[in-house]
Design a protein around this ligand. Structure first.
Ligand code: SF4
Ligand code: SF4
Length: 756
């Protein structure tokens, strides 16, 4: 077998197209080995700033609703808006071209430049021109292209594709930029500080601005009624690009068109706040070219009126507009909030979690929509953690887009007898039986849990055999470095029926039905029993439901037909509990998120979706709410002083639990009963269900987890070890793997005080 390539020898352009799986995995190795520290620092800074900035917007939610509505209406009326825009641009004295393909756009622009005998173009703020590979076309025609944005200038020098949609060179540390400039420009000038580097680039770019015969820009938004367009930027280079040269070409996707200039309003605030956390960017330009004769011009340049061309490209967007799933991606305003909040993106950036142009969770839909489906392979790095969903200013359900892309890729995979047989035995819906064996295994974990726990002794000892683990890695993709959770001798259902309540329920009302989810039933039944005991301790009548698969695991593998089948059966099973007025307690946060957000994609009965969303609770959230409603003294019931584990805890909330707004109650409750609780601030532990178990992603998963492990160690520097507490089963596994210690559910900590 050939030795793996050293990460520093892998060039980003070589691994930009992820349709080939080997290149995709090499891209992950390259980014982990070379770029990760800079990406992590920069994205996490943007993300922190964004939390602060959006918190300062008084009507943030209403503004997001307005932005979403504007985009929805604009995409629905796009053909009419494009006709209106063409008329507006022509009335203004400009030229308008609607390019069906990237090649058409490049050809048009090249022809215009050749006609004007252009030798040098300055270009900036245009990811669309990256999509069309405009530079290649122009350079082949003998036209020099100077990227005017500092980050794009760096990438042009390095010959790399962007790794982020608003900060294309964010994977570069200052030290790497210094080394790059010294190598490429053969200079002895001091380039050791950000100021020195910027000054050096500015000197080069200023000459280009003065000498340029044409400027090419993008557009953030375009108003159909006037032909005006908005550009937001930090450096001022776009102003020079659009104002200085005698010829200006704006290139943008057709999705940038909105009805009028007043529709720019929510985006002017939402874009910078969501992107870098600034209340406003340094430069916001609203232009309606062509400019009349300018009051000044560069030496040797004409002061005649400017010429302007607007080139809008389709390149797959009309097909996206008709697509029942991908049309939502057209609402994207490319703010990058979904990139900066994403734990996987924060660790590898867009050279691994991205394609030739677009990156991050939303990037897969764009690469698939404007290119080929398999170019979106990198969207496998979306674990469905859902942290990006509330951060998106236009409320795009990014994980749902990615689950659908995954489904399409599964269905495009070749079928085989082994896959069909495995799928029919394990429980895959017929439509999903072309999915790789590894996906069908994780999607149907319920089946394996059921059989594994029936023969727990045999299953657990076989799982220790190196040969079998190797086979599992090769066939099912389960990494041998992961400890597989042992199957229990007795499932949660069995333990529950063996332990009837010792006290009569004292709280009024019909009580609760606790969902016997797959992971707790067949993985950690002691955690489930702890939940039952603490709920009973406050006087609730508790019943445990049947254990059925919930669809979460299948959905995250892109096996949506299987997920739908499972979600429907589960909802039907829960319906009588809802009808009897019981609240549904869901121990596993990823399943709670199904009830709160994802069932709307899977169930047809809207009233059932609403009822499940409204009546489902995290166990400690419910305890906290009931205690305040019924004035129950939790500190008396669960005094931390009685805990056999001690009172010092480190609590990590599950990513989807945070999205459900169901984590702060756990922290409040544990503190209220006397525990000293340190908490994590990471967006996700990196395990994300089956993601971290997969051989292909083990290294990435552990690299994501490194931040969490570091936070635990930091919290333990004063006062020594803390008991590790987490609400999600995958967080348990990840913390256990990273720190080699037992991890407990918060209900287990509380239940311990009952017997102290
Ligand atoms: S759902 Fe999670 S993993 Fe997927 S793109 Fe959003 S933040 Fe990233
Ligand atoms: S999907 Fe939403 S959060 Fe992500 S870049 Fe687009 S607008 Fe921003």
């Amino acid at each position: 077998m050939a030795a793996p390539v050293n990460p520093i020898d892998i060039q980003p352009r070589q691994v930009a197209n992820k349709s080939d799986k080997k290149r995709f995995l090499e891209a992950i190795r390259m980014t982990l080995g070379v770029q990760s520290a800079a990406i992590r620092h920069n994205t996490q800074t943007f993300n922190r700033n964004r939390y602060g900035a959006v918190a300062r917007i008084a009507d943030y939610d209403a503004m997001k609703d307005r932005a979403r509505q504007t985009k929805e209406n604009a995409i629905a009326n796009l053909p009419e808006l494009l006709r209106q825009l063409e008329a507006s641009v022509r009335t203004n004295g400009g030229h308008f071209y609607l390019a069906p393909t990237a090649a058409d756009a490049n050809r048009y622009i090249c022809d215009v430049l050749v006609k004007h005998a252009v030798k040098l173009v300055v270009k900036g703020k245009s990811i669309t021109s990256e999509e069309t590979r405009l530079n290649h076309t122009l350079e082949a025609a003998g036209i020099e292209v100077a990227e005017s944005d500092l980050a794009e200038f760096i990438l042009q020098v390095a010959d790399e594709q962007p790794s982020h949609i608003i900060a294309p060179a964010l994977h570069y540390s200052r030290e790497r930029i210094t080394a790059l400039f010294k190598r490429k420009f053969q200079t002895d000038l001091p380039l050791d500080t950000g100021e020195e580097l910027t000054r050096f680039a500015r000197e080069i770019l200023r000459q280009k601005f003065i000498a340029a015969d044409a400027g090419i820009s993008g557009c953030n938004l375009i108003a159909a009624d006037t032909g005006s367009f908005m550009l937001v930027e930090s450096e001022g280079n776009i102003r020079m690009t659009t104002l200085l040269p005698p010829l200006h070409i704006a290139i943008a996707g057709i999705e940038k068109v909105v009805p009028s200039r007043k529709d720019f309003q929510p985006f002017i605030e939402l874009l910078p706040a969501s992107a870098t956390g600034q209340p406003l960017t340094s430069y916001v330009s609203i232009l309606r070219p062509p400019l009349p004769a300018p009051s000044f011009a560069a030496p040797g340049k004409s002061t005649a009126s400017r010429e302007f061309h607007m080139v809008l490209i389709d390149n797959g967007r009309s097909a996206m507009r008709q697509d029942p799933i991908l049309h939502e991606a057209l609402y994207c305003i490319r703010c990058s909030a979904c990139l900066n909040v994403c734990a996987n993106f924060e660790t590898v950036g867009g050279h691994a979690f991205g394609g030739e142009t677009y990156s991050g969770g939303i990037g897969g839909s764009w690469e698939a929509g404007t290119g080929k489906l398999m170019n979106a392979r990198f969207s496998e790095l979306c674990t469905g953690c859902s942290r990006c969903v509330p951060q998106c200013p236009v409320r795009i359900d990014i994980p749902w887009l990615n689950q659908n892309l995954r489904q399409r890729m599964n269905q495009a995979d070749r079928t085989s007898f082994a896959k069909s047989l495995f799928g029919s035995l394990s429980g895959s819906a017929p439509e999903d039986r072309t999915a790789p064996l590894s996906k069908q295994f994780f999607a149907n974990y319920h089946t394996f849990g059921k059989w594994g726990s029936q023969f727990a002794g045999l299953s657990n000892s076989s799982n220790q055999l190196a040969l079998l683990r190797k086979l599992e890695q090769d066939v099912l993709g389960v990494d041998t470095r992961r400890e597989l959770p042992p199957f229990p001798e007795k499932t949660w259902e069995q333990l529950f029926h063996a332990e009837p309540s010792a006290v009569k329920a004292s709280l009024p009302g019909p009580g609760v039905a606790v969902l016997a989810d797959t992971f707790t039933n067949y993985g950690t039944p002691e955690r489930g029993m702890a939940v039952v005991r603490v709920l009973r301790a406050i006087g609730l009548d508790v019943v445990l439901t049947q254990s059925l698969p919930d669809g979460r695991a299948a959905m995250s593998q892109g096996m949506i037909a299987t997920a739908r089948q499972q979600a429907r059966a589960l909802a039907a099973m829960l319906q009588p509990y809802l009808q009897s007025g019981r609240k549904i307690v869901v121990v596993e946060p990823s399943v709670l998120a199904m009830f709160r957000f994802d069932n709307r994609h899977l169930l047809d009965d809207v009233s059932l979706v609403t009822a499940l969303a409204a009546s489902s609770y995290d166990p400690l959230q419910l305890l906290w709410d009931l205690a305040s409603e019924h004035r129950i003294d939790l500190a008396k019931l669960f005094p931390a002083s009685r805990s056999p584990l001690g009172t010092r805890l480190f609590y990590h909330a599950h990513c989807q639990q945070r999205t459900c707004n169901a984590s702060s109650q756990t922290i409040d409750l544990l503190r209220a009963v006397g525990f000293d609780v340190a908490t994590s601030t990471v967006e996700c532990c990196g395990m994300a269900g089956s993601f971290g178990y997969k051989h292909d992603y083990y290294d990435l998963s552990m690299a994501v987890g490194a931040d969490l492990f570091a936070q635990v160690r930091a919290a333990e520097q004063d006062g020594g070890e803390r008991v590790l507490v987490a609400s999600g089963v995958s967080c348990h596994d990840q913390l256990g793997a990273g720190l080699g210690r037992k991890v407990r559910h918060p209900a287990e900590v509380l239940a311990g005080t009952l017997h102290g």
